[in-house]
Each structure stands twice: as structure tokens, then as C-alpha cells.
Design a protein around this ligand. Structure first.
Ligand code: SF4
Length: 253
């Protein structure tokens, strides 16, 4: 994708969802950090089910350490890898008390030094809690970046560095939320729902998935203006134009 196409790509995602955010529920930077650690290889929905009652009364590292590993393990036992995650959450809470005056640190290096915190988790916290323009590449962003041609890379770090390079303002802060949501709900792993995709004409993935009940061959040759390119609402996605590509979103993210 060229620069104008990338701008148009994000302009459309921003138009559809002007204020994206994480679907993880949290109360403060600390509970966000815990929720993101718990979300490794688990869905946000499953994490929310476990953390909703937990965060009702545990919102600080001290409270978590007092709660203890055993009770935490029981509280999160519906989430995959709960044994390791309980151990890490207690250890990182103790580290926050011992080394960071109970506060979540604001640098990548300090975050990544905490037990159970990797680059992706650090990026989510830096972006969502502290407003940094970071790109937390999860499985959805990795797939969307490669499929569309937006940010191809053979591993998450390559995709992240490519996004760093190509995502323009004013989309940098929210780019990773749009890409995650796009991958989760439209550009799905097994069958991307291209027929209702707002960026179908910008995406390099072929063949495009036709609407349900349509023969694949019909949409493979479909242009963005064809019926196969209509969105679920029956609205045609806009094709990029020089003017539109340079236009700003009516509501900035
Ligand atoms: S056109 Fe299809 S493959 Fe491309 S971004 Fe949209 S849903 Fe994904």
C-alpha cells in the first residue's frame, strides 16, 4: 500500500469507530496491566468474566499480594494458563511494591522487566494507560498487517516496526485498536468477511470472500464497485480518490 492508501485505510476505520479502545475491562493502569497479562492466549471476554468480580475489590498491588496466589488462582481458573498467570501477577505486584512505589512504570524497559510482561503487554499498557503511540501486535494485527499488505512481516516485531514506520497521524494513537477490532470482527482468521469490509478495495488479499450464498468465482473478479463489495448495510465502500485520501476524518480519534 502506498501512503495515500494507508491514510485512506485508517480514515475509513476511524470513520466507522471514532473512539476505539481495548475490550478488556480495567479500573486503573495496574488493573489494566493485570488484565493484559491474563489475556495471553485467552479471549478478552473470558478475562473480563474472571476479573469483573476480582477488580471489584482488588485494585492495587498491595491488595493483590494480600489476596495471595492461591485465591487468585481460584479466581482466574477459567482462564488458560491460570497457574503461571497467578504466579506472575503476584510476582509483578510484589515487584511494583518493591521497585516502583506501587506504581505501574511508564517505560518499556521497566515494564518488560516485570514477571509475565512481554513486549506486546508493555505496548498495550503504554498505549492505553499512558497515551503512547505504540503498536501492540497480537495475532489479529499480525494477520491483518500481512493479509492487507499494510505491514508485512514474518514475526510480530517486524510487523510492529513496519507499523511504526507507515501509520500516519492522526491515526497513530488508536491504530492498534482499529487493527485488532478489524481482525477480530471482520478480517477473521479462518474466513475474512471481505464482502462487508470497509477497506476491500485497498486490501491486497486475494481472493476476497464473497457474501454468504454467492459463488466464489463471482467475487474474485468483482471490482470494489460491484455488489460483492457492498457492506453489510448495503452501502458501497468508498473508493480512494486524491481528495478523499488527503481529507481528515470528520471526528479525529
Ligand atoms: S478485504 Fe478481506 S482480507 Fe482484506 S482486510 Fe477486508 S476482510 Fe481482510
Amino acid at each position: 500500500m502506498n501512503r495515500e492508501q494507508i491514510f485512506e485505510f485508517f480514515r475509513r476505520l476511524a470513520e466507522e469507530n471514532p473512539s476505539p479502545t481495548t475490550e478488556l475491562e480495567y479500573e486503573n493502569p495496574y488493573t489494566l496491566l493485570v488484565a493484559v497479562v491474563l489475556s495471553a492466549q485467552a479471549t478478552d471476554a473470558s478475562v473480563n468474566i474472571a476479573t469483573r468480580p476480582l477488580f471489584a475489590h482488588i485494585r492495587t498491588p498491595e491488595q493483590m499480594v494480600a489476596f495471595g496466589e492461591e485465591r487468585l488462582r481460584d479466581a482466574i481458573k477459567t482462564i488458560g494458563l491460570f497457574n503461571t498467570k497467578a504466579k506472575n501477577v503476584i510476582a509483578l505486584s510484589q515487584a511494583l511494591i518493591d521497585q516502583h512505589h506501587t506504581q505501574v512504570p511508564r517505560t518499556r524497559e521497566e515494564l518488560e522487566a516485570l514477571p509475565g510482561v512481554g513486549r506486546k503487554t508493555a505496548n498495550v499498557v503504554l498505549n492505553t494507560a499512558f497515551g503512547e503511540e505504540t503498536f501492540a501486535v497480537d495475532t489479529h494485527i499480525f494477520r491483518v498487517g500481512n493479509r492487507t499488505g499494510l505491514a508485512p512481516g514474518k514475526d510480530p516485531l517486524q510487523v510492529e516496526l513496519k507499523l511504526e514506520k507507515v501509520v500516519p497521524q492522526p491515526f497513530r494513537l488508536n491504530a492498534h485498536h482499529w487493527l485488532i477490532l478489524h481482525g477480530r470482527y471482520i478480517c477473521k482468521a479462518r474466513t475474512p468477511e471481505c464482502w462487508r469490509c470497509p477497506v476491500i478495495d485497498l486490501c491486497r488479499y486475494k481472493p476476497k470472500t464473497p457474501p454468504p450464498g454467492t459463488k466464489p468465482s463471482a467475487s474474485r473478479t468483482a471490482s470494489p464497485r460491484s455488489s460483492a463489495a457492498r457492506t453489510a448495510t448495503g452501502r458501497k465502500p468508498r473508493t480512494p480518490s486524491a481528495n478523499r485520501s488527503r481529507s481528515r476524518p470528520t471526528r479525529l480519534p
